[in-house]
Design a protein around this ligand. Structure first.
Ligand code: SAM
Length: 237
């Protein structure tokens, strides 16, 4: 702990920190997050655990929330949007079953944190965000951290990215009323689509796997996401 020095200057009481408070040990907090929030709750993909133990989540949140970055909850990132709870990032990523050679589409760049995790685990990441200010901030942070296998797009991700399809994995990090047919059609054979769908304020996370024209469907967990706003999502309020 730094200590405080009190004094009076021109009749005004002041206090000043003489010593800088020590930096928080973010790496320690991150590894505790991996153990307590992820491994202990059943996340078992070692590559996902490793990536989440490596990516500095505190650099993706707003300055005011930096010290809460490794807590077990979503946090605001501005523009009325959120960075998802670490467990949700982990279970969604694990559901994609990435081995390292995949081409992945992310809908909802947000802070760019989930993008960084995907960038660690796949060969190439395409990410779409409808709010340009968030795309700009995520692009900056990811660039400064040296991630170079990511392509960014500002726009309506509910349409997907047809020019770059098919994708081995598609992850939607906003809640949709239904699974957009556009995204199903942009999935590669045996590709996985992970998406929260259901009513606006509470959804179920689904994992769809493509087998030709057929899609098998798995109910992963309950969840609450901000809405996917677009042609194949919710209409803007
Ligand atoms: N994955 C993000 C992260 O790690 O910070 C969290 C994303 S946040 C829960 C959902 C994001 O989806 C918001 O940034 C929101 O603006 C975006 N979004 C909503 N509808 C969208 C759409 N149609 N296309 C692209 N992005 C959309």
């Amino acid at each position: 702990m730094g200590y405080l020095r009190f004094g009076v200057s021109e009749g005004v009481m002041f206090w000043k920190k003489d010593k800088k408070e020590p930096e928080r040990d973010y790496q320690k907090e991150r590894l505790a997050m991996v153990e307590e929030q992820l491994r202990r709750r059943g996340i078992s993909d070692s590559r996902v655990l490793e990536a989440m133990g490596k990516v500095p989540r505190h650099l993706f949140v707003l300055d005011d929330y930096r010290d809460s970055a490794y807590e077990d909850r979503p946090l605001p990132i501005g523009e009325g949007q959120t960075i998802s709870q670490p467990y949700m990032v982990a279970i969604m990523t694990q559901s994609l079953e990435l081995q390292g050679r995949e081409k992945v589409l992310e809908v909802g760049t947000g802070s760019g944190y989930q993008t960084a995790i995907l960038s660690e685990l796949a060969q190439k990441v395409f990410t779409i965000e409808r709010i340009p200010a968030l795309t700009a901030r995520a692009r900056k942070v990811l660039g400064e951290l040296g991630y170079s296998n990511i392509s960014f797009l500002s726009g309506d991700g509910s349409r997907g990215w047809p020019e770059e399809a098919p994708f081995d994995g598609i992850i939607v990090t906003a809640g949709s009323p239904d699974v957009p047919p556009t995204l199903k059609s942009q999935l590669a054979e045996e590709g996985r689509l992970v998406i929260p769908t259901g009513p606006r304020y509470t959804q179920t996370l689904y994992k769809l796997t493509r087998h030709g024209d057929r899609f098998s469907e798995e109910d992963v967990t309950g969840c609450v996401f901000v809405p996917l706003v677009g042609d194949y999502g919710w209409k803007e309020e």
